[in-house]
Ligand binder design. Sequence first.
Ligand code: SER
Length: 604
Amino acid sequence: MKITSKQLRKIWLDFYKERGHVDIGGVSLIGDGSTGVMFNVAGMQPLMPYLLGKKHPMGTRLCNVQGCVRTIDIDSVGDSTHCTFFEMLGSWSLGDYFKEERTKWSFELLNKVFGFPADRLAVTVFAGNENVPRDDETAFYREKSGIKKENIYFLPKEDNWWELDRGPCGPDSEMFYITDKKPCGKNCNPGCSCGRFVEVGNDVFMQYEKIDDNKYIPLKQKNVDTGWGLERLLVFLNNLSDVYLTDLFVDVIGHMEKTLGIKYGEDEKITKAMRIIADHTRTAVMLIGDVNGILPSNVGAGYILRRLIRRAVRYARDINLELDEIIDVAKIFIEKVYNESYPLLLEKEEYIISELLTEMEKFNKALEEGRKEFDKVIFGIEKHKEFAKTKGEVVPDIISGKACFRLYDTFGFPFELTQELAKERVFDVDEEGFKKAFEEHQEKSRTASAGTFKGGLADSSYESAKLHTATHLLMAGLRKMFGPQVMQKGSNITPERLRLDFNVDHKMTPEEIANLENFVNDAIKKEIPVTYEEMSISDAKKSGAVGVFESKYGDIVKVYSIGDVSKEICGGPHAKNTKDLHHLKITKEESSSSGIRRIKAILD
Ligand code: SER
């Protein structure tokens, strides 16, 4: 490997730091809902307020590496390029420099730093429409920077405009590498899909704000939003043709090769499955291990996570890969590939693995039962067809919406899976009918559950929240007893008990255990309210909060305080007041691994 992912992140950040930019680090992958998207799909997304004119505390030139999740192309995952998680190398001017510097630096990076010959580089520029004129200025500076005039292509809004549902937007100018492929025709250009041009990055000139569908107003400040894909660049820079051969994936692919005794790339079906397992497991690890981590569920982002995990399991089953092997894949990502760039994953490893396993086992069971049911449905239709034929009638090869919903509702069989299996058997599915059945069901359960929820939290999750608060108290007690170097090394909470790993180098004596229990129970007796504040990582550090500061996550974090007993960076949720914890009892103290002790405790 000529350039590793670790080197590339550093090259990017150093290049911009040398040009006056501040590395602001990446933030949570989970969107805050303000942009209408569930996950961060681009590095600029968390910067929305600043792109709209709010003053950024770190200045007007920023850069970072931001994890992003885009699941719109989930069905394309399995080819050599698509991934649902990727890292975006970003740099921004917030009302600072504009087109001249931007184009100059992009060329310098591509040509001088990465060594792409000038005549192999092409760019696209916005061709203009009835609302916005052609971007001649960018074309001028692109040429001045070193791009050959004949390699500058003016393309329409479909190709050269960046916007999300709402917010800052504008014309963009993409950069492409020109491969050895012959032009596909007279009009071969970076907008066509023949593969001659491959995109390396995007420079967006944000001059507008989208305030409504088709309604744009000029932005107060002119910004530049630059986002280049780390994975994609790694592929080119290492002369590869497949993202799964980069150092981000080779270890997991190698692991699967070894387990299966099959070489990656040899068999099309197995190769596709290996890619899907690698991609989906990586994204699932990132989403569960995120600073605002989510868990699989049947709605919203949780449903997407569930779908990713379940798809990985399904493909693993197809190629006879055990669940344990998926777990090993997850561990390789956590321990080896992202140990430095996403250290929080290591801290949350045990939690991530146990949640992953729970979901996979649940699905495995559902899959076995659901598949049998699916076959029964098909069998039923076939029978019906035969019977109808005797009467001269034709029954279409379609699975009704009701049948799809029954598979989903009773057997936990995802609709997408019904669709995929139906496709294999050349059957259609009634998607509209499924949606209707789904909505009717949701309406019913909303009405039914309206009375059972109080204050938004079901009883069971409040139990977990209380145990989570108890974990904070235990950590505060441990640090008080053994020193500030003691950190949480793992945590697992069920509504019944908590489990906490921490670095203490000896077996705790019965007296120490009693002291720790007393410390927590004293705090409970004092009936201390649990509060939180949102602040920047550096303010959190100054405030004395405990947490992983070197983590790449979030310039804004939540700091939970329990009076002056505990102050920790944490995503929550927590009990409202320590009195809700009633009483803590440590049920076990044991070794977890070398230098790490483990406590189990309950609230009684
Ligand atoms: N927002 C632009 C993109 O995602 C550039 O960062 O392509």
